[in-house]
Design a protein around this ligand. Sequence first.
Ligand SMILES: O=C(O)CCC(=O)C(=O)O
Length: 298
Amino acid sequence: MGATVSNELRVLSQQQITRYHEQGYLLIEGAVSEEWLARLQSASDEFIEESRSLSTSNKKLDLEPDHSAETPRLRRLTNPVDHHPAFAEFTLAGPAADIALDLLGSPARYHHSKLNYKWSDGGEVVDWHQDIQYWPHSDFTPLTIGVYLNDVDDEMGPMGIVPGSHTGELFNLYANDNETWTGSIRADDLPRIDLASANYLKGPAGSITVHNCGCVHGSMPNNSGRVRPLLLQTYSAFDSFPLLGVGANGATGRTSGMLIGQGEPARSLTVHGRTMPAAPDWSRGGYTTIFDVQQDRK
Ligand SMILES: O=C(O)CCC(=O)C(=O)O
């Protein structure tokens, strides 16, 4: 019943891990090899090509309003891990998985992925927000690992993170009417955040960003003539569970919930400081009835 988590480090130093826990984020410049970068860029290009045939967004490809076949402006590829083997390998068993395992221990739990393009000449702003309200979990271990597929400088809307905000206030991402989900921190609340301290994470193609689910973060429009593709992958500790019935937890893709690294699924779950040995994961099948399990297996 008692699962073991391995904390053996693969790529990060102890200093980087301490820094992540203190500040809530990391930047690792040029961390991805040329070979991996070329594979990811080529996979990404396939979806840009595919988007040319679309005039409206669908579940997989989200388009900017001025997208066209001649000038594609793909806003997001949703769940790239489910749509291309290069993304699946990179995220579930490759360099991104290694970083997640260093920060979360092995095994860890994959949650979802996305590829945000932020196109050139005005590609869209991402307002200040925290992630955990979008997909609440049973703890605050979820973190997102980003990979810049192109070189990113200040003009291109790099991701800005407020240091130390991961352990601070959890903001209301509804509009002032408390009904409309805007996904953005309210203007009235922004003065309570030290936005001037935000660190804008930029670097050469292959640079990796990591941010905890509680970090206040956002990004400016891309005013350069260059696109800023950012591959984002979210993981949590192996015994952290997405809370169903709230946010995007029910719409995360077919690989969501997969364990990465080595080890058995969690049996033990702690909520409100009380630990229970919870049932196995039957979300993909295997459960019959209480009668069946109680009578046949005692
Ligand atoms: O693309 C970015 O700059 C940030 C994206 C982000 O924060 C998100 O998609 O939650």
